[in-house]
Design a protein. Structure first.
Lengths: 605, 128
């Protein structure tokens, strides 16, 4: 024990392990990059023949010109030198044609020049044609695109999120993250989705690679091994591909957080075996949301509002029936989740499906749900809610229409599968609409935007409906029904130097800090949603909450409020005014003259 | 027998032999150094260079490098030759000839390395 050599050895071993892993990742990336350069070598090889043809044609023409006898102006026999011949051929072959230099040609020379003109034109046409054909070559272009992409990714210096699978979900998530000023890198196997990136209105540059994300090499090129990569999100519509992405991330970069979309329980189990990925199951989440909506409509309203990202509109607070019988049409993945969730809430459920796989469910009716007779048999008149949860939008829409016609007061839940059907569902004015891609995008956004928001959303439901309604009220008075900026402040020497200095001498209440620096009688248009101190979260702290150095604050409010708060946190004299209402001199000379010590001034220096 | 190898070997060796043919003889005697031979050496060297494009092996890379050196030297020699003939008032005298021939001598060295590489590659090739 305590042998320094042994410690050293262990240390060396540990480091070696890490290096080994690092090298494995690098090798993966190198394999993919060399694949790109291999294509370029192949292209070079293909240019061999045209180039050799061109050289030979030039050589033969020049040689011919130097050998064929000519005449000078005096009629004396003379031969062209190599330089003259090469000069003549260069401008003739490129169809510039300066004329016959240095002396007018004899007939034998002209005959040779005629032949060589045709030869060189063919040679050039062949060479340029081959070059253009190569530039059009698909393999060559994709190799170039890969190189371009890997260069862009390796030059990224800001933290970025690697998004594998850029469908509707990826697009929504990308825009939410982009609105927060975060960078993303995208891999999708569909060329059109990647081409669409260029037309999308992103603020930051989004590098996109059209490649199969199941290949770890492509993931590595997309920045899996990049030190600035902060998270990996697997959103492809192929569950198996998501599993492969989770595996690759867990094995090559175990420390990275991974979020994956999954709908089947078996695959979720398999993913859990690799590290500890955050799995997002849209149907499961929607079931949880529906339960929350049944129990606490305001909590549900707050949850969906905060999850929708910057610019999200506050939705109406629905009032789903708390007791009564529900009818669920479609007993697939969604139907099962919802049935289980609703029964767990103590509600009665009748299920309708035309091809149920297991028939041992007590309340199961077999048949087509849009059939009025079957709906009548399911006792629609005495039901309180209906879920149109099949994987066919047309069926869902007709179910909703049929149910509403026979009972307008019914609470309607519908599932929208294709983005194209969105206007139809919007026109139907459905009480709760499930769009799987949006559920996933919101969930992933909540996890990635800041850990504080995720914490807030997880702990919020426990505080009850009335509390959530209070938070919504204070948020709407501050920023209206459209969600403004959400940001995080850590009260430390780099993010809040003035406040840390002041906290050392006097306690500061939250309500005093959130005041307008221009006029402290006005409150700032911002609400503190959460304060995290030593791992303990305080949700929606009130005005009298006393701050301490090291606290982390999650705030929501107008962007202007964020700038004003930053001023208060950074400038000691502004902070002094905001907290205590004292105007103190800001400049060093005035401070010396009036002898006012300003707390926090030392920290700033 | 691989036709590609035949063509490749042919041009590499021909480049070296033409270069040697131009180089041999008194270094300052223009009569012993035929400009046509220099021209042929330049052309054949260029072709040999293009033939070496796109080989990804280590030996292929060295092959390409030697060829590029030979091209550089031979084109330099040709430029000097042209300058001496057309621009310089002295014409193709002893000192110009010596410069041209010595440049081609450098190219010859590179070509010899190329031939040696070719031989090494052939010898180290195991059948079966």
């Amino acid at each position: 024990m305590g042998n320094p050599l042994l410690t050293f050895w262990e240390h060396l071993f540990d480091g070696d392990d890490e290096r080994h892993q690092r090298r494995a990742v690098l090798r993966v990336a190198a394999a993919s990059a060399s694949q790109a350069s291999a294509t370029i070598f192949l292209i070079l090889r293909r240019m061999r023949t045209p180039l050799i043809v061109l050289i030979v044609i030039f050589a033969v023409s020049v040689l011919g010109l130097t050998v064929i006898p000519g005449q000078d102006l005096a009629g004396e026999p003379s031969r062209m030198g190599f330089f003259d011949a090469f000069y003549f051929m260069s401008y003739t072959a490129s169809t510039i044609g300066f004329g016959e230099l240095p002396y007018p040609f004899t007939y034998s020379q002209r005959m040779w020049v005629t032949i060589s003109i045709y030869l060189t034109v063919i040679g050039w046409a062949y060479a340029i044609g081959s070059l253009l054909a190569l530039l059009q070559d698909r393999a060559f272009r994709s190799a170039l695109a890969l190189q371009h992409f890997s260069r862009k990714v390796s030059r990224l210096r800001e933290p970025f999120v690697l998004v594998a699978g850029y469908g509707r979900t990826g697009e929504l998530l990308g825009h939410s993250l982009d609105a927060l000023g975060r960078r993303i890198v995208v891999v999708d196997k569909d060329d059109e989705r990647i081409d669409g990136l260029e037309l999308d209105s992103y603020r930051g540059d989004v590098p996109g690679l059209a490649a199969d994300a199941r290949d770890p090499g492509h993931l590595a090129v997309a920045g899996l091994d990049h030190p600035a990569c902060e998270a990996v999100v697997a959103l492809t519509d192929d569950e198996e591909a998501n599993l492969v992405i989770v595996m690759a991330a867990a094995l090559l970069r175990p420390e990275l957080p991974v979020i994956a979309r999954v709908t089947s329980r078996a695959l979720a189990e398999r993913m859990q075996a690799f590290g500890n990925p955050n799995l997002v199951n849209p149907f499961d989440r929607f079931g949880d949301h529906l339960r929350l909506a049944l129990r606490a409509p305001a909590s549900y309203q707050l949850l969906t509002w905060l999850e929708s990202g910057p610019g999200g509109e506050l939705s109406d607070r629905g009032a789903p029936p708390r007791d009564g019988r529900w009818i669920i049409c479609g007993y697939g993945r969604l139907g099962r989740e919802l049935t289980a969730d609703l029964r767990a809430e103590g509600l009665d459920v009748t299920v309708i499906d035309d091809h149920p796989e297991d028939v041992d469910d007590p309340g199961l009716l077999v048949g087509d749900g849009s059939d009025p007779w079957l709906l009548a048999q399911a006792d629609l008149d005495r039901a309180v809610g209906l879920v149109a949860g099949t994987d066919n939008d047309t069926t869902n829409l007709s179910l909703v229409a049929a149910a509403r016609r026979s009972r307008p007061s019914l609470f309607l839940v519908a599932r929208q599968n294709r983005p194209a059907s969105a206007p139809l569902f919007a026109a139907m004015d459905i009480d709760a609409l499930l769009v799987p891609s949006e559920v996933i995008a919101h969930e992933v956004y909540a996890q990635l935007s800041t850990p504080l928001l995720w914490r807030f959303l997880r702990e919020m439901p426990a505080l009850g409906d009335a509390w959530a309604a209070g938070v919504i009220d204070s948020l709407t008075t501050v920023c209206g029904t459209r969600l403004q900026a959400l940001w995080k402040v850590r009260l430390n020497a780099s993010e809040a130097p003035a406040l840390v200095g002041l906290l050392a001498s006097t306690p500061v209440r939250l309500g005093d800090l959130l005041r307008n620096p221009e006029n402290r009688a006005e409150p700032l248009h911002a609400v503190a949603l959460l304060v995290l101190r030593d791992g303990d979260a305080t949700l929606a702290p009130d005005e009298d909450f006393v701050l301490a150095a090291g606290d982390e604050l999650l705030l929501a409010g107008r962007p202007g409020a964020r700038r004003a708060l930053d001023t208060s946190l950074f400038v000691p004299s502004v902070l002094e005014y905001v907290v205590h209402g004292r105007r103190v001199p800001a400049s060093w000379i005035w401070r010396k003259l009036t002898r006012t010590p300003v707390a926090g001034a030392d920290v700033r220096r | 027998m691989n036709l590609e190898k035949v063509v490749f070997g042919f041009f590499v060796v021909l480049a070296a032999t033409l270069n040697f043919g131009f180089f041999i003889g008194d270094i300052d005697n223009p009569d012993l150094h035929n400009p046509y031979e220099l021209f042929a050496a330049v052309v054949v060297n260029l072709i040999a260079t293009v033939l070496k494009f796109g080989d990804r092996t280590q030996i292929g890379a060295v092959h390409l490098a030697t060829s590029l050196v030979a091209d550089l030297q031979l084109i330099g020699a040709a430029l000097l030759f042209g300058y001496a003939t057309y621009v310089s008032t002295a014409g193709m005298n002893e000192s110009w000839t010596a410069s041209v021939v010595s440049l081609s001598g450098g190219a010859l060295l590179a070509n010899i390395v190329s031939v040696v590489l070719l031989v090494v590659e052939t010898v180290s090739f195991h059948r079966g």
